[in-house]
Design a protein. Structure first.
Length: 141
C-alpha cells in the first residue's frame, strides 16, 4: 500500500533573474523585466508530498506537526521575506528561477526523517508551477 500525504505552505520572497554566464544584453533579452536590477517579489506556494506506510498505532503516514516543523526550519524560515539572490548561499552563483528554487527546496527537505519525500511542487504565480521528484535512484547528483 502506497499512500501519499501532501501539504501546502506559503512564503514570500524576492529575486532577480540574472545569469553570470550571460552578457548584460542577453540577460535583458532572456529575462525581460525579471532582470530589473532591484528585483521583484512573489508569493510562492509550495506543496510537499511524502509517502510511507500508515502507522497502525497512529493511523498516520507522518504527523503533520512534524512535517510542519521540518518545512518551517528548512525552508520557510530561511526563505520567507528574503532576497533569494543574496540571502540564500545556493543562489549566489545559480539563477533563482522557480525551477532552481524547486530543486533547492527538494534537496533541503529530502532528509525528512519520518517519511519519504516524493515530490515538491512550487507555484510562482497561479499560472505557472514546477514539480521536482528528485534524481532517479542510482544517478549521480
Ligand atoms: Ni520572478
Amino acid at each position: 500500500m502506497k499512500l501519499q500525504l501532501a501539504r501546502r505552505y506559503c512564503f514570500a520572497a524576492s529575486h532577480r533573474l540574472h545569469s553570470a554566464q550571460l552578457g548584460e544584453e542577453e540577460n535583458k533579452r532572456i529575462y525581460g523585466k525579471c532582470n530589473n536590477p532591484y528585483g521583484h517579489g512573489h508569493n510562492y506556494v509550495v506543496e510537499v508530498a511524502v509517502s510511507g506506510p500508515v502507522d497502525p498505532a497512529t493511523g498516520m503516514i507522518a504527523n503533520l506537526s512534524d512535517l510542519d516543523a521540518f518545512v518551517t526550519c528548512e525552508v520557510l524560515e530561511p526563505f520567507d521575506h528574503k532576497y533569494l539572490n543574496e540571502e540564500i548561499p545556493e543562489f549566489r552563483e545559480r539563477v533563482p528561477t522557480t525551477e532552481n528554487l524547486c530543486i533547492e527546496i527538494f534537496n533541503r527537505l529530502r532528509g525528512f526523517p519520518r517519511a519519504r519525500l516524493e515530490r515538491v511542487r512550487l507555484e510562482e504565480t497561479s499560472l505557472n508551477s514546477f514539480e521536482y521528484t528528485g534524481e532517479p535512484a542510482g544517478s549521480s547528483r
